[in-house]
Write a protein that binds this ligand. Structure first.
Ligand SMILES: *Cc1c(COP(=O)(O)O)cnc(C)c1O
Length: 343
């Protein structure tokens, strides 16, 4: 790959550490991995390769195109959005749908069925067949491998967690499914009653802190870095960037970094974000542009054109600063980064 002025440092050891931590927290349940949205923006192929080598056996994507892009890796893939009519013709080996509605179940049966997973709604009212549909025999005779449900509020201490868990647990033995799966990252921290046979973390694999229980065990995986395009001196009273929202109080040095809102570094970081060079903090000055951002560099006298600065992207802290969720911070990173994996 040609060299990009923008790179994403990815800590492969931290990724594997996070999966192993979540697998240990999952107790006797197997621990899978959600790798939809290109592995939450990190690059699904590299994530799957590393986690498969660490022992992960079940991977979750949203779309069939995502399953096709990973099919040659030879891992088991479940497609969370199930099957539309358009999906039936081109389904790679090793991938099965998570059927979400009576219509999808009917479509799957009519096509000859085969092994599938099924999502049941227990209170989120997003995707899934109903408990009543199951009681009425909707799944009878179907080769369901994993019966799943999804928690709406696992990252909070909500009464809905226990209500969903009870509704789900009541389905044990009511379908032919040998496995049941409820917990996402946050759900794993809710305790062993929530683990069933298989857990499905996403966010925490990639360094997200979904609940305080993870704060000391989950490690940061992602670090964006951008190259300096220009260093300049801004005179006192002059302004920086679009709409002149920052005015230099004194003569000051500014560096222009090769990153902008098209790279997921959104305008909410204007005047608020932080970069780092050589252990020195560099404040974002003025508006973030599409492809560029200005930082103050008086504290970094040696920084010059073509040096690399790291953007502060510690997920919980950056989410609080920006108002974006940790999920948005990861999945919004964009396509222009050169991924650089360590380990
Ligand atoms: C995305 C997703 C997950 C992973 O959730 P995280 O909160 O990222 O851990 C698990 N299950 C389903 C059904 C999902 O859509």
């Amino acid at each position: 790959m040609e060299s990009s002025p923008l790179r994403l440092r990815l800590d492969g050891a931290a990724l594997v550490h996070n999966w192993k931590t979540l697998a240990a927290m999952s107790g006797t349940a197997a621990c899978g991995a959600a790798v939809k949205a290109d592995g939450y923006g990190l690059g699904a192929r590299e994530v799957v390769r590393r986690l498969a080598a660490a022992g992960c056996r079940n991977f979750f994507v949203a779309h069939w195109s995502e399953a096709r892009a990973l099919a040659d890796l030879g891992v088991q893939l479940s497609v969370l959005h199930g099957v539309r009519a358009e999906d039936m013709a081109d389904r790679p080996d090793g991938a099965r749908p998570v059927l979400n509605s009576p219509e999808q179940v009917r479509r799957w049966r009519e096509a000859g069925g085969g092994v599938c997973d099924v999502m049941v709604d227990t209170g989120m009212n997003r995707l899934g067949v109903s408990v009543e549909d199951i009681a009425a025999g909707l799944l009878d005779g179907l080769a369901v491998e994993t019966l799943m449900s999804h928690l709406a509020c696992a990252d909070e201490d909500s009464v809905l967690n226990e209500r969903q868990r009870q509704r789900f647990a009541a389905l044990r033995g009511r379908t032919g499914a040998p496995r049941m799966s409820l917990a996402n990252s946050a759900g794993i921290a809710l305790g062993s009653d929530y683990h069933f046979d298989l857990t499905r973390p996403g966010l925490a694999l990639y360094g997200g802190i979904a609940r305080r229980e993870f704060a000391n065990s989950i490690r940061q995986v992602v670090q964006p870095e951008a190259q300096v395009l220009q260093r300049r001196t801004v005179r006192a009273g002059e302004s920086v960037g679009y709409n002149a929202t920052f005015t230099a109080p004194t003569d000051m040095d500014v560096a222009i970094l090769n990153i902008g809102y098209a790279d997921g570094y959104l305008r909410c970081f204007s005047g608020k974000g932080r970069a780092w060079f050589d252990g020195v903090e560099l404040p974002v000055l003025g508006r973030v542009s599409m492809d560029l951002v200005a930082v103050g560099v008086d504290a970094a006298p040696t920084l010059r054109e073509s040096d690399w600065a790291a953007l502060n992207y510690a997920l919980p802290e950056t989410a609080a600063l920006s108002g974006l969720s940790q999920y948005e911070l990861l999945t919004g990173l964009g396509a222009r980064y050169q991924p650089v994996w360590s380990h």
